[in-house]
Design a protein around this ligand. Sequence first.
Ligand SMILES: Cc1cc2nc3c(=O)[nH]c(=O)nc-3n(C[C@H](O)[C@H](O)[C@H](O)COP(=O)(O)OP(=O)(O)OC[C@H]3O[C@@H](n4cnc5c(N)ncnc54)[C@H](O)[C@@H]3O)c2cc1C
Length: 423
Amino acid sequence: MKAKLIVLGGGAAGLMASCAAARVLEEPGAVLVLEGNEKRGRKLLATGNGRCNLTNLHAAPEHFLGDSKALPPLLFAYTPARIRSIFDAMGLETVADGEGRVYPRSMQAASVLAALVREAEQCGVVFQTGKNVVSAVRTETGFRFVCADGSAFTSRACVLAAGGAASPKLSLGEGGYALARSLGHSVTALYPALTSVLCEKSRRTLRPLSGVRVSASVSLYAGETLLAASDPGEKSEVLFSENGVSGISVFDLTAKAYRVLAGTGGCTLRLDLLPDHTESQIAAYLRRVREEYGTSPAGDLLLGLLPMQIGWALVREAGADPNAAAASLPEDRLLKIARLAKCWEFPVTGTRGFENAQITAGGVPMREVDPMTMRSRITPDLYLAGELLDVHGCCGGYNLHFAWASGHAAGTAAARALLEERL
Ligand SMILES: Cc1cc2nc3c(=O)[nH]c(=O)nc-3n(C[C@H](O)[C@H](O)[C@H](O)COP(=O)(O)OP(=O)(O)OC[C@H]3O[C@@H](n4cnc5c(N)ncnc54)[C@H](O)[C@@H]3O)c2cc1C
């Protein structure tokens, strides 16, 4: 089968690229999307816990990591307002929360996927699903793709948007890196990012905390060297499990310190459970409660400030018996509890890997594409978009923002080039 433009990958970036290209070409059947799964946009449906945090009002270059130096032209062209207006034009209204995270008004990722598919089909995009492309070759006249089922497709131009290595169950194995390599691109080392960290902490501490959520500031240290931290004054959710810690603030640390975390460990996660309080304020609070409620268990001393399980864990970690009467808690233990509430340390042993990661750090270097058009600087008529590029962001809608922006830029530029050639 033949098409003018083949978009390889029917995820966020590929769907957006196909819509943009079809709007320019205005020719039914000119754009063909090859998607390896039976369903399009599987990962998109899982985003934002099913609500799809599709961009962020603060999406600007400083919120992106990896090979992001080349990003400003793309991000200045695709502001959050422009991304919202692209969806608005598709009939999908969006709303922003207090922290700038933008969601569809319906709060359903399914609406975002349905709006993209409706737009693509309305503009004459053709979809072939269940087409796992195993070979991509640049020919004299364009591209030839062969799928695992033996079917073959040719096109004049290609947008490669086959995604990354994160959460492979929601996409297709290892993403588009092998295809990018076979089309002449390089791929930097790949790391899981936005994922949970595994911690070396006694089962006695972690097990009772499993499932407990708390708002905290987090930081990551190698010895006394700060590797990454929550933004000053920021506190967001930390979630404990039996063998580690996750939650937005921890995910964000893994986006910033992915290389160190992939190594042999040797770093420590520090939680400030009460960023709005000083250590001496906490100690004063503990003394007051100890005096007033001396007969109740020491484990309950912090119940007015923190989830109960955490209060008990801190008392235990300070070397005191949480079941003993609060009045019996010695001053040195009380001071230790106050110190732990401000700096609770968890030696890190690694991360939960690609299986549980939301995004891949690393990929095709941005310098191998033109950042305005996403056109390959290496292979003619090839455009790249989305997670397979070496750009990633923290939690909050930045990664989808990049998928939409790069996909729209790639689709538009590929279609314009095809029109100029009058093929
Ligand atoms: C659980 C989870 C929650 C997330 N939540 C958010 C969020 O709320 N906000 C946010 O900004 N980001 C979020 N992300 C990240 C976001 O999903 C990605 O940044 C985004 O999906 C990347 O888009 P993409 O099109 O590059 O890749 P994908 O969406 O992965 O699409 C790539 C597509 O290509 C197909 N494909 C791959 N190889 C082949 C092949 N050989 N042949 C044919 N097809 C192929 C795949 O099946 C897939 O459909 C989340 C990620 C996960 C895993």
